[in-house]
Design a protein around this ligand. Structure first.
Ligand code: SF4
Ligand code: SF4
Length: 431
């Protein structure tokens, strides 16, 4: 009888898709057969594994971008270029060792090729003994590492017109007006140990905010704060919290939050709801109300979701109101029960449909130099629109200063976070 299921859903193929031990043993045979076929293909037919024999005194075994860099630096020598690094083409490698005199393995990070080739019994002349195992390679690093060994000459650095250290420093930063900035400023002022997560807000780890202290993987911040509470007992009350974004919470935060409630933890989880998956490219998620294709869809209610896993205390804050936000966080982290704080009205600056600028009453702010005391407090929020200008002077009421801040009106979006922080009322709306 013909199967009533659509094409592609064949119950006869179940042994291929359910890896209980009785089927896994059978599939293992198939895996081994497939690997043997793949190895044979890599030896003979695969055009991306190739030997390029020129000067045979030195031969490089490499792949990917490391091959391209090495080829650029040492074009006159021989190469075994591997387009597929597993399974390795053993016969090709044997042939290469017969053809060239000395073999150098060039690869980024761990010595994978080098170790495997040594394990086959070959003598690799150089590899990770000269090439750094940390960071990405570049033609310059390859030349610096190998020039002396391969050509017997020292590496000569080319003359640079501009030294990298003289270039303006532009570390990555949260956007001007980003709602994460006041939230992390509040956490910093409260002196909390923050278990963070994966998202734009990980930028809060950098000075001057310096308000994230651990971040492992998606959802780990929630579990980390809960676990720290368990380990510290009452001593940790009022000192720790977890912070993660809306999409990260949906992806990996619900399970650990449920555990925190179920196991009677007391951690506070702050969900930064900016209505988008911001860092990875503005993708919609089940909490935004749109599918990834932009069609209207159901919307997860974060408060209901938190209550559904047992959280009794769910608070909402407008992170742009710094004082009120600090109060709510202070209250919740001090309680001996799991709680959730959700930021609201705080969409990502880049989500046009959410009209993030509409809530700000003035389009931009500037500095009243009659009042600015040069205390640098407003620089603590690390807004890219605010910079420091050296220059001795004084305020209208004769307070001496060593400089003032400057707000770039083209970058400022009028979020008023700096306005709330300045104790001298020196930040004023541009007319
Ligand atoms: S604007 Fe205000 S906070 Fe910023 S440096 Fe001047 S006085 Fe200090
Ligand atoms: S109001 Fe202040 S904190 Fe907000 S964007 Fe403008 S300069 Fe930055």
């Amino acid at each position: 009888m013909e199967s009533p299921l659509p094409r592609g859903l064949d119950p006869k193929e179940t042994p291929k898709h359910v890896m209980v031990p009785m089927y896994a043993r059978i599939r293992r045979v198939a895996v081994e057969e497939r690997m043997a076929k793949l190895a044979a293909y890599g030896e003979t037919e695969l055009p991306y594994n190739s030997m390029e024999i020129k000067d045979p005194s030195v031969g490089f075994i490499s792949s990917g971008v490391s091959y391209l860099y090495t080829r650029e630096v040492f074009p006159q020598y021989s190469f075994l270029k591997l387009g597929m690094v597993w399974p390795l083409p053993r016969k090709m490698i044997a042939e290469f060792f017969k053809t060239v005199k000395k073999v150098v393995g060039v690869e980024e990070l761990d010595p994978f090729l080098e170790t495997e080739i040594r394990a086959m019994g070959y003598r690799v002349w150089h590899g990770k003994d000269l090439i750094p195992a940390i960071g990405e390679l570049s033609p310059v690093i390859i030349e610096q590492s190998l020039k002396k060994a391969v050509e017997g000459r020292r590496y000569q650095a080319p003359k640079m017109r501009i030294r990298p250290e003289d270039l303006p420093k532009r570390p990555p930063n949260l956007c001007a007006g980003c709602s994460h900035r006041p939230l992390f400023y509040a956490l910093k002022k409260l002196g909390l140990f923050v278990f963070g997560d994966i998202g734009c807000y990980a930028l809060a780890v950098a000075p001057p905010l310096s308000a994230m202290h651990a971040s492992t993987c998606m959802g780990a911040g929630v579990g980390g704060a809960y676990g720290a509470g368990k380990a510290l007992g009452k001593e940790g009350l009022g000192k720790i919290c977890a912070v993660l974004g809306d999409s990260t919470f949906l992806h990996g935060g619900i399970g650990p939050l449920m555990d925190a409630v179920y196991n009677k933890g007391y951690s506070t989880t702050i969900i930064l709801d900016n209505r988008i998956t911001a860092m990875t490219g503005q993708q919609e998620h089940p909490g935004t109300g749109y599918t990834i294709q932009g069609e209207p869809a159901s919307t997860v209610d974060f408060e209901q979701l938190a209550r559904a896993v047992g959280v009794q205390r769910v608070r909402k804050v407008d992170p742009y109101r710094v004082k009120e936000t600090m109060e709510v966080i202070r209250e919740e982290v001090s309680r001996d029960e799991a709680s959730v704080i959700i930021t609201e009205n705080s969409p990502c600056m880049l989500v046009r449909r959410a009209k993030p600028l509409e809530k700000f009453k003035n389009p931009s702010y500037g500095v009243d130099t009659d009042k600015c005391r040069g205390c640098k407090v407003c620089l603590e929020i690390n807004c890219p629109a605010i910079s420091w200008q050296e220059g001795e002077g004084q305020t209208k009421d004769s307070h001496k200063r060593k400089g003032t801040v400057f707000i770039n009106k083209d970058q400022c979006v009028g979020c008023e976070v700096c306005v709330q922080i300045c104790k001298s009322d020196a930040i004023v709306a541009n007319s």
